[in-house]
Write a protein that binds this ligand. Sequence first.
Ligand SMILES: CC(C)(COP(=O)(O)OP(=O)(O)OC[C@H]1O[C@@H](n2cnc3c(N)ncnc32)[C@H](O)[C@@H]1OP(=O)(O)O)[C@@H](O)C(=O)NCCC(=O)NCCS
Length: 153
Amino acid sequence: MPDLKEIHGIPDYGSIIELINAEWPAEFGDKTDMEKIADMNESHNTEKDCVKYLYENNVVIGFYRYSLWPRDARETDAAHTYDIAVLPSRQQQGFGMMLMTDMIESCRSQGLSRLLSRTFKNNTASIALHKKCGFHEHMTTEDSIVWEISLNG
Ligand SMILES: CC(C)(COP(=O)(O)OP(=O)(O)OC[C@H]1O[C@@H](n2cnc3c(N)ncnc32)[C@H](O)[C@@H]1OP(=O)(O)O)[C@@H](O)C(=O)NCCC(=O)NCCS
């Protein structure tokens, strides 16, 4: 049975490049693996981010990251998803649901009351996942849907 484990400190993003490639949207431009890893390291905030890897037989088949939101707030009751991805060969087998359900529970257990998320409008799988997990549309922009789920009650 796959197992979720929290990663403390800055993750070794190079070791999960297949997952980063799986989630890298065309909208972020064509980058080399090294550039993507550098972007991930740069965007990581060890004080505000929570990362978990999904292991199956010691292989990472999925991961997520969320961050306290807004990041520059001293205190907040909200978080925002940053990453959620499953290896292409393991998609549509329930692992995305497993990751998102755990992320929601992790935020709730910290006493947060809202989780926000953003999906490009062309990402059918992500839209299906957010709807299935109970998010509602908070707002839309030209290219994206911003989702919200209440963690109270
Ligand atoms: C989005 C993602 C994490 C979903 O993971 P997954 O393991 O395939 O999701 P699940 O198997 O748990 O499926 C969850 C629901 O979404 C649906 N779904 C998943 N992929 C789908 C697709 N390509 N098209 C339509 N529905 C899809 C499933 O059918 C399921 O709904 P159901 O139970 O009613 O059938 C995965 O597609 C992925 O890693 N994509 C690349 C990274 C990415 O885009 N991340 C999101 C950034 S916002």
